[in-house]
Design a binder for this molecule. Structure first.
Ligand code: ADP
Ligand code: MG
Length: 344
């Protein structure tokens, strides 16, 4: 089942410029970097249809962002959040995204919760004016959180009073799946999409070798190691991406445990999920980060219907990696003393 990862190949740096057309391995190459969904996105494709496919992917992502932004007054998510409880009819893409998020929220026992937004706002993560809310405020806001407070029937979505929907934890992965499918449909057989660290691949590199995916060091600027992979998605969640230090010196990250309303603080620094679909990777990287080291392993044992591999990095300096990818991951030299533990 975990055939999408092959053995390690030679390290090749991907040189990405903001907009480039050239050749690579005898195939034409097209690459564009732009800002969308609150992050820098780079789409690189190879082959005859590369140029048109990259442009189409950029247009599509811009379109999806307009539908899914929680702050854009023209978005479908905004319409749902401000309808006063009235059902709102949304596009097929949005309905599928919401259904998926609710389903994953259910499966992860609420570790992923697309209604966490009011709590996130109280911590200031939506405005960057961070603060530590007091316990009573959090308790009150948690009363407005829960995937069961969202109803979806066909393309019609409604929320219970006070509930807010935010697809931030799954939107990029879901968008990546839509983009890669469209690129495949237009004939692209080799492409790499980087949506702010959400990596999605079509096939291998044009020369037939695996892609080399750098795994961010959650404690520093560089990479901790490199994963050799093809035709799959690799998505990382961690508190190092967005956090603030409060007056008491404590560091609070942007992923909230919906059971407590507090930012996750369980000894995990990052969770990387590798699977064939970006949506599953994105949902699980966030959810498993909430669950913690033991919870993540329990989840994987209990959900064998979801085929995925994972890499968990702990504050104690350990890297836990599932057996299926252990030979595909290579630590960078300066991190070679970190201890790798293989999860069955
Ligand atoms: P990123 O989008 O930064 O790459 P994630 O996919 O892990 O990382 O999504 C984190 C975002 O999801 C947060 O910035 C916040 O908007 C939202 N979020 C935080 N905690 C949760 C949660 N438990 N469930 C769902 N969404 C969450
Ligand atoms: Mg996510």
């Amino acid at each position: 089942m975990r055939t999408y990862i092959a053995a390690a190949a030679a390290v090749v740096m991907l040189m990405l410029t903001s907009c480039a057309i050239g050749t690579d391995g005898g195939q034409s190459k097209s690459s564009e970097t732009f800002f969308a969904m609150d992050t820098y996105v780079t789409v690189t494709a190879y082959g005859d249809n590369a140029d048109g496919a990259v442009k189409a992917a950029k247009d599509k992502l811009t379109q999806l962002e307009k539908l899914w932004s929680v702050t854009d007054e023209g978005s479908e998510i905004y319409a749902i959040n401000h309808s006063g409880g009235q059902p709102v009819t949304v596009s097929d893409n949005t309905a599928e995204l919401i259904s998926f998020a609710l389903d994953m929220s259910d499966k992860t026992d609420g570790a992923l919760d697309p209604t966490i937004y009011p709590v996130l706002t109280a911590w200031g993560f939506t405005t960057d004016e961070n603060r530590v809310p007091d316990e009573s405020e959090i308790a009150e806001l948690l009363g407005r959180v829960g995937h069961e407070k969202v109803s979806i029937s066909g393309n019609s979505v409604s929320l219970q009073s006070g509930v807010m929907l935010d697809v931030g934890a799954v939107g990029k992965g879901f968008a990546g799946d839509i983009l890669t499918q469209e690129m495949k449909d237009s004939g692209v057989t080799s492409a790499l999409l980087d949506l702010g660290g959400n990596i999605q691949m079509i096939g291998t590199k044009p020369d037939g070798e695996n892609w080399r995916i750098g795994l961010r060091d959650p404690k520093g600027d560089g990479n901790i190691g490199v994963l050799s992979a093809a035709d799959c998605a690799v998505v990382t969640s961690g508190s190092y991406e967005r956090y603030f230090t409060a007056d008491d010196g404590k560091v609070y990250g942007h992923i909230i445990d919906p059971k407590t309303g507090y930012p996750v603080d369980n000894g995990l620094l990052s969770v990387t999920v590798i699977a064939s679909e970006g949506r599953l990777c994105d949902a699980l990287s966030t959810a498993l980060f909430v669950m913690g080291l033991d919870g993540a392993q329990d989840y994987r044992r209990q959900h064998t219907e979801q085929s995925f591999d994972m890499i968990l990095i702990t504050s104690g300096g350990y890297i836990y990696i599932t057996e299926g990818i252990k030979d595909s991951f290579t630590l960078d030299g300066e991190h070679s003393r970190m201890e790798i533990k293989v999860i069955e």
